[in-house]
Design a protein around this ligand. Structure first.
Ligand code: ADP
Ligand code: MG
Length: 348
């Protein structure tokens, strides 16, 4: 469906491993004062002085986590970085460096990897992080990409999943369910394309959904906003699997219960329209759809006045004693226990 815009095909074997690494990484610039040595030695050297360091890794596998028939490689490179930065921000930390490891089969020409690295470079420059290393190897089949992200945070500012207290408010950034609906649209178009390759789909009305799936953003802005508002969340997690499984993680690790208000869950109008079209319940999608990369956090009630006017933040629930359980309070004011149902929990 997405045209190969780079028709040249240079075999990777023409460059050799070291030539390839040099070629892919030559544009990366070091901008962070914490990077002492980046790419080019046996290991990177970092200096965080008196900060605490957070480290997180994700592995993405072709056919499991992404499908190159609708995911352009440039977007994949971007997204592979973003999903890791999201985990750094979820600790209330600032992302500073990443390393990138790839395994590629000989099906990929150099130009494909250039596209992948163009996406990585874009993410690095937008999010102001250094690429300080990685590894390059071959795979028998398909593409694997693993990113490790590093971040820094003052010891007093770290936020864990475990700090929520009864009576805290549950807050979410942005809106939910759009990335999952974007995936549904792309999967549907892929099937249509198989039957009729000349069909030019009109995806205009789904722009936001597709962008959320193919080009997600991590909420660096929310970490800064909370700092500016002088709000330190009591607990925080990023939403990669779906609201319900993330709420359960927060509640279990904090040993609290929660009432989540269905009527408060923020949904974009495009999500509501697509759910109607696909005949699925939008609350189910917000609860169980994945890959929104929004931040879910709890705050003390005394901080409510500081966040209440902000359009990027929505209070969606109320933390309770563990004995109260974890419930969805529906629009009809009935309570339904929330169950974990990450949409791809088996493969994650
Ligand atoms: P080693 O043999 O010690 O693993 P490499 O030759 O694999 O070293 O790597 C040389 C340098 O290039 C190192 O700094 C490494 O971190 C970096 N590097 C290797 N592959 C990648 C990659 N795919 N992306 C970014 N940096 C890489
Ligand atoms: Mg190596």
């Amino acid at each position: 469906m997405i045209e190969d815009k780079n028709p040249q095909r240079t075999q990777l074997s023409d460059l050799g491993e070291f030539g390839l690494i040099d070629h892919l990484t030559k544009n990366f610039k070091i901008t962070k004062s914490s990077t002492v040595k980046g790419i080019g030695d046996d290991a990177a050297v970092l200096n965080f002085e008196n900060k605490q360091v957070v480290v997180t890794t994700d592995l993405l596998i072709e056919g499991v986590h992404f499908d190159l028939s609708y995911m352009p490689l440039k977007h994949l490179g971007y997204k592979a970085v973003i999903v890791n930065l999201s985990d750094v921000y979820a600790m209330n930390a600032v992302a500073t460096q990443v390393t990138i490891s790839i395994a590629v089969s000989n099906r990929f020409p150099l130009e494909a990897l250039e596209d992948l690295y163009a996406g990585i470079e874009t993410a690095a420059s937008i999010y102001n992080i250094d690429v300080v290393g990685g590894d390059t190897t071959s795979s028998n089949k398909g593409l694997l990409i693993s990113v490790t992200a590093i971040g820094e945070v003052a010891a007093d500012d770290v936020v864990y999943r475990s700090g929520a207290q009864p009576n805290d408010l549950l807050v979410v950034s942005g809106d939910l369910g759009a990335a999952y609906m974007g995936l549904q649209i792309l999967e549907r178009e892929k099937e249509v394309f198989k039957v009729n390759p000349n069909n030019q789909p009109d995806l205009e009305i789904y722009t936001y959904l597709i962008e959320r799936q193919l080009k997600p953003e991590a909420r660096k802005d929310i970490i800064k906003l909370l700092k500016d508002l002088d709000v330190k969340p009591t607990a925080m997690i990023d939403i990669s699997d779906g609201l319900s499984s993330e709420i359960i993680h927060l509640c279990k690790q904090s040993q609290v219960g929660c009432d989540l208000y269905e009527a408060k869950i923020p949904l974009d109008p495009q999500v509501i329209a697509a759910c109607e079209e696909f005949n699925i319940d939008s609350t189910t999608i917000a609860l169980n759809g994945g890959e929104d990369y929004e931040l879910l956090f709890t705050i003390s009630q005394k901080d409510f006045p500081k966040i209440k006017a902000n359009p990027s933040l929505t209070v969606i629930g109320f933390m309770k004693d563990a004995s109260a359980g974890i419930d969805l309070v529906t629009r009809a004011e009935t309570k339904i226990p929330i169950k974990a149902q990450g949409w791809k929990s088996i493969t994650d």
